[in-house]
Design a protein. Structure first.
Length: 455
């Protein structure tokens, strides 16, 4: 889908500043306790918090469950990961390594997502003000505990992927009931504001939506009176949104940021480096990477997807990209569905624990000329895209004086000029490297860019 811009739009170019890059490290403590080992590219064992930070991670995202021991693992034991003591330990590890914290409060005893938002067992039967008070007090106490050890989060998300409900009584969610759900959200948001005032802190508040719901969700939240938040967090997985391109996502981010005036971040994304079950018998839940993202399921393809995503998000005005669970390697860890990892084929380590090229994403310089989002200057089109026959055809309503082809790092790989005949011409790409490129066109109306894929 294309949320905002026609494919033929040609837009002004601007150099973007670097935005934040982060990683969700929620399982790290449990994985290490269950025998998981992390190694750098040379095979040397590393401390994961220190290694992610040293490679360039700005943010560490951590998820918090209320009482995970109310859920039994596939190994028959109460789950202990994600409880407050675990999160406090992870916060110390991440903070001491130099990463800021993004806390995802699930307001549940276990995972919540668009299909389930079940409240903690401790809140069963609560309604109205009693339930709102529980949300408020819980949020406030969590912040106090983090503050007491000197690890205030930079961001606290009130809820996780709240696309179809929030703190519901039943196991499966069936849509928002704003007469009650608005008060729940606002109770959590108000707790953060009150904590900031009392503690002299600056914790930002966030809501977290899926990219498919966000265009409508922002309007619904606003109409319901849930507006006192600083950040809109999005989940974007090509596996679950197979027809949504990275460019589509950029257009959505620009639209949300323009309409709301809020920061927009990618809170979760994931991309497999192969599509087999990997290192254990626990089936992986990412089986492919969609239909329109032009990168293969290889270690290099995973890295290139992240580099493209980072560039697009930053160009669109987004302020962070956070990868979900890059350290979820196989180990003796048991969750509710299996032992090992259902995500090791999308982690940033190979099946022997060696770091993969995806870490390059954390070291990438996001300053490169890319399409900006704004008023259309010139209408044009490029075809075919992806390019499969080494000839990229360009059609423009205004003559193109010069063109440049840039690779993902902003390096020029080809150039040319079209004096007197530049409204319809072809670019020879035979000697250009394969992958994502930006075709920069110079007309008398200014400069503009198209994203192209060379296959």
């Amino acid at each position: 889908m294309n949320y905002l811009l026609p494919l033929f739009s040609l837009l002004p170019v601007f150099a973007i500043g670097q935005c934040l890059q982060g990683v969700d490290l929620s399982y790290v403590n449990a994985i290490e306790a269950a025998g998981g080992v992390y190694r750098d590219t040379a095979g040397v064992r590393v401390d994961p918090y220190e290694y992610f930070a040293r490679r360039g991670a700005d943010l560490a995202r951590l998820r918090l469950w209320h009482t995970p021991g109310n859920t039994a693992s596939a190994c028959g034991e109460p789950i202990t990961t994600g409880r407050l003591t675990d999160v406090l330990a992870a916060a110390r590890g991440a903070s001491s390594a130099g990463m800021a914290l993004n806390l995802a409060v699930h307001y549940s005893d276990y995972f919540v997502d668009p299909g389930k938002q079940q409240r903690p067992l401790a809140w069963a039967g609560l309604t109205g003000q009693a339930l709102q008070d529980s949300i408020y007090q819980y949020t406030y106490r969590v912040l106090e505990a983090l503050h007491a050890q000197g690890t205030d989060p930079a961001i606290l998300a009130v809820g996780n992927e709240t696309t179809n409900g929030f703190v519901d009584e039943g196991k499966r969610t069936n849509g928002f009931e704003w007469a009650t759900d608005a008060g729940k959200f606002n109770a959590g948001l108000r707790a953060v504001r009150d904590f900031n005032t009392a503690a002299g802190a600056t914790v930002k508040t966030a809501i977290h939506l899926t990219e498919s719901y966000a265009p409508y969700g922002l309007r619904e939240f606003t109409e319901a009176g849930v507006t006192d938040f600083d950040v809109i967090g999005l989940s974007y997985y090509p596996n679950y949104s197979p027809r949504v391109s990275v460019a589509d996502l950029g257009a959505l981010i620009h639209e949300l940021q323009t309409q709301s005036g809020k920061e927009v971040m990618i809170f979760e994304t994931g991309f497999s480096h192969d599509n087999v079950d990997g290192a254990d018998d626990y089936a992986n839940f990412i089986g492919d990477n969609g239909e329109v993202v032009g990168h293969p399921a290889t270690p290099a393809g995973q890295r290139d997807f992240l580099l493209e995503l980072n560039r697009e998000v930053c160009a669109a005005g987004g302020t962070a990209v956070i990868y979900w669970e890059p350290a979820w390697i196989s180990s003796g860890l048991c969750d509710a569905w299996g032992e090992g990892s259902s995500y090791e084929n999308a982690s940033w380590f190979d099946y022997d624990g060696y770091a993969l090229p995806a870490f390059d994403f954390l070291e990438a310089d996001a300053t490169v000329a890319v399409p900006a989002y704004g008023q259309v200057a010139v209408r044009s089109s490029v075809f075919p895209n992806p390019v499969t026959d080494n000839r990229l055809h360009v059609k423009s309503e205004r003559p193109v004086k010069n063109w440049r082809l840039l690779d993902m790092s902003g390096r020029e790989v080809a150039r040319g000029n079209q004096p007197g005949r530049g409204t319809l011409f072809a670019v020879d790409t035979e000697r250009c490297p394969r992958g994502i490129h930006f075709l920069q066109l110079e007309t008398d109306a200014g400069r503009a860019v198209h994203r192209v894929i060379l296959q």
